[in-house]
Design a protein around this ligand. Structure first.
Ligand SMILES: [Zn+2]
Ligand SMILES: [Zn+2]
Length: 164
């Protein structure tokens, strides 16, 4: 059955989890890194690295966060298991929260780049079976379905010629 994808309760906040990761890597918790994590987790949306750079630039903060710091921090957040990359068809990549958010899959429109999230228990069960048949212990999965969304697959009406 298809379900809405929703947030799950986590005992440790994303920032705390990131601080733990930095500690294990012997890296410092800088105000820049903190600002990036807070901005990233301020709302749940898929985003591109450049969009995040823009959002941070628009903020009236005392410290400027450089583009390279944003990109580096995004890599750390990925390694820390807080973010994951979702590939899009036109070579652009978007990030999404991988922490505090349910396992889900994506339908990706190659025309308008819309990402539709879904959660289907049957798919998970089938993958468990495939894994088990191969003596494989499944820990998770990510499925990307490529094609056209409802709006983009609808035949377009030309004002003079009618359907084309
Ligand atoms: Zn579309
Ligand atoms: Zn998603």
């Amino acid at each position: 059955m298809e379900q809405q994808v929703s947030a799950v309760d986590v005992a440790v906040s994303p920032l705390q989890k990131f601080q733990e990761y930095l500690a294990t890597r012997k890296m410092r918790v800088t105000p820049e890194r903190t600002a990036i994590v807070e901005e990233v987790f301020s709302y749940h949306e898929h985003f591109e690295a450049e969009e995040l750079v823009e959002r941070l630039t628009m903020q009236q903060t005392v410290r400027r966060v450089s583009r390279s710091t944003v990109y580096r921090t995004l890599n750390y957040l990925e390694e820390a298991g807080l973010l994951r990359k979702v590939a899009r068809t036109n070579d652009r990549e978007v990030y999404e929260h991988d922490y505090g958010y349910e396992q889900h899959d994506h339908l990706i429109c190659r025309n308008c780049n819309t990402l539709i999230e879904f959660n289907n228990d049957e798919i998970s069960r089938m993958l468990e079976q495939v894994a088990a048949a191969n003596g494989f212990v499944m820990e998770g999965h990510r499925l990307e379905v490529h094609g056209l969304c409802e709006a983009c697959s609808r035949p377009r009406r030309h004002p003079k010629l009618g359907l084309i």
